[in-house]
Write a protein of this length. Sequence first.
Length: 410
Amino acid sequence: LAEQSVIMGIDYKTIGLGWHNPQSRTAYREARHQSTTCPPSRQRAERSRESLVELARSLASAEDGASAGERIMTAFCREISAVPEAAATASVKGCLAALEAELLLPLRALNEDRHCNSSMARTFNGDPLPAGKIEAKVDEITARVLDGTYSNWRYSNRIGARQLEGLSIKQLSLWVEPTRTEWENGLVVHEDATGELGFFWATKIGGPSHGFDLEGQCLLPLLANARHKVVLVSDPEWPDHPSGRAHFRLLWTADDDPPRPVLWFETINVCFHARVDTRFWAEPVLTHVARKAEAMGAILSVAPAMGALLQHVARYPGQIRRSTDRLTLRPSNAVVEASDYLGDHDWLQETEETTRPLTRVIYEPLPDEEELDGDGELCSPVPSDMMSLQEGSVPRSTPELPDDSPENFA
């Protein structure tokens, strides 16, 4: 709490969101960027330091009976400027997980934008967005992080459930899991981890791109939509945090009846600070998404430039072809959608839309009932609290699957 509020502290109420903020996670940790060292941020950091001194003193007296965890929880909610309704749902476990994931600055930026110009209430191109709805979505995301239910909420809310409607129970379980692929050289390709709190920092990897304190509205689709993930790359040459990322979405074909699920994979970006050799990343990353598509029985869609390498890693290379198709974007749970590939950067997306015809390389795996093995093994457990009712629906809860269940994909 001291590290994130005092050493790394930025006063977004005063300096606001924008391009003047850091562009990599390392830059925030180094605390030498002008956003961190400017007088408003240092003055606020000093107020945070004084509050922490009082918190430490209060632990000795504990006159009100509050535990240390509860006091830290209260301080964290205050530091991120959470609205009372969101803070009221907070749990010690949720707040400690958020601190462990370094979410003080991301949550502070999203919550304080409304106090400084409300930059998230307009698109990159300057079109107005409904400020009240954007702020309400930020409050909802904040509340779910604070109460520790964030990842479950992403998939089980009404709009998120609609985005995934049509998946079988197995497909749903495989999409929801934070799949992880480990390689002999120590490289790890992963869809973050259990809890998915790493999504808040994902767009600070390369670009330059939007993030929690730059065009924050563009980050909301990743944070709030069940259809949206990122594939991260953790390289042993840069152990401090993931050094690569690519957007990864589950969309639907627009011209098939019934519509078919499509795993939409975008560009691999590299952290500006990370000193890594990325020449050998593409094959592990494409293997990861190809194996996921094969396991789910879903179409994989990649940029044409990736087609040759996809032919090399796919189990069924004869099922790869160039194709021009339209895709369906079901309503966004984030009020907006953001993508340079699927639309015009960022836009209001509260109703179902169909994209323009998009030319991509697609991979339609054959049905595969074998367990995966060999290089690029997918090895993450299916979340036990995630969903199950009937085929084709998005369930609300499911009993934990036994280790030897065929649904427990490993």
